[in-house]
Design a protein around this ligand. Sequence first.
Ligand SMILES: NC(=O)c1ccc[n+]([C@@H]2O[C@H](COP(=O)([O-])OP(=O)(O)OC[C@H]3O[C@@H](n4cnc5c(N)ncnc54)[C@H](OP(=O)(O)O)[C@@H]3O)[C@@H](O)[C@H]2O)c1
Length: 295
Amino acid sequence: MNPSKAILVTGATGLVGRALCVELRRRGHTVRTLSRSRGDVRWDVDAGTLDAGAMEGIDAVVHLAGEPVAQRWSKDRRARILRSRVDSAKLLVNAILQQAQRPDFICASGINYYGYNCGGPVDESRPSGEGFLAEVCRQWEGAAQPLASAGVRTVFTRIGLVLSGEGGALAKMLPAFKLGLGGRLGRGTQLMSWIALSDLVQILCRCVEDTSLSGPINAVAPEAVTNAEFTKAFGRVLRRPTICSVPCSVVNLLFSEMGRETLLANVGAVPERLQAAGFEWQQPDLEGCLRKCIQ
Ligand SMILES: NC(=O)c1ccc[n+]([C@@H]2O[C@H](COP(=O)([O-])OP(=O)(O)OC[C@H]3O[C@@H](n4cnc5c(N)ncnc54)[C@H](OP(=O)(O)O)[C@@H]3O)[C@@H](O)[C@H]2O)c1
């Protein structure tokens, strides 16, 4: 049994945060949520303000907040995607540094850190790559470096595509696939690094509880799949054909850079550090995970 901790969670109203808070409480931890509008404590990232006392008595901060990425990237959106992660991380870091007892910092990041076309296998030692999202991840992780330099335990979870029946990417794909209009994107050879939401929640809990972990951690299932394999597996689970395909040119036309860096991204991340730590996935198999998601 792990000793009970007090955890401050940002992004607690989001897909990952909601599930994480439920599990942290189930494990006996005390959870305080930090939100722009609905939390136990409030912040305004644009104004650079955070409720006084937000960090009081806190043992670990889990930072998940960030403007959604899956939208067309106008100049303004790009700025919001970046600022909502980096400026918020800086606010938290400064508040942590002011504490006599400094809480651990567990920060979300993405496998996008490695760039949108790095292929695989990619472990945590791979340097960062090309693209807007890689830059966002570098700055996001970089914002927490003062903590690591000050000796505060800091973990960066480089998260893959989160699969859940509750929302996120799968909910967006489901209508087309249900109509039999699902199909591979581009050539379908691009590697997709995915993770079941329930496994991601266990990984984040492990990061909170296991004080031997620090630095970057690829939060992905043990095996990446190609987009064509993903498409076929989803079709089998839904018992629908997946003969349609969307050419790269159409993805680019519809979604521009966002499409290139997410839908067509080719990143085969391997969770080397989790495997070395003996983490056990409940959903290591894509088809089983998809089946569970649509139950
Ligand atoms: N889901 C995925 O597939 C995936 C993959 C890789 C990485 N990640 C990262 O993991 C984190 C959690 O993902 P998620 O899917 O749970 O995200 P989500 O459902 O979009 O929730 C993110 C939360 O961030 C807060 N937020 C949104 N816009 C914000 C802004 N402009 N400024 C400050 N806060 C803002 C919101 O909380 P309040 O309204 O309460 O403030 C929201 O509930 C995100 O940072 C995401 O980039 C997710």
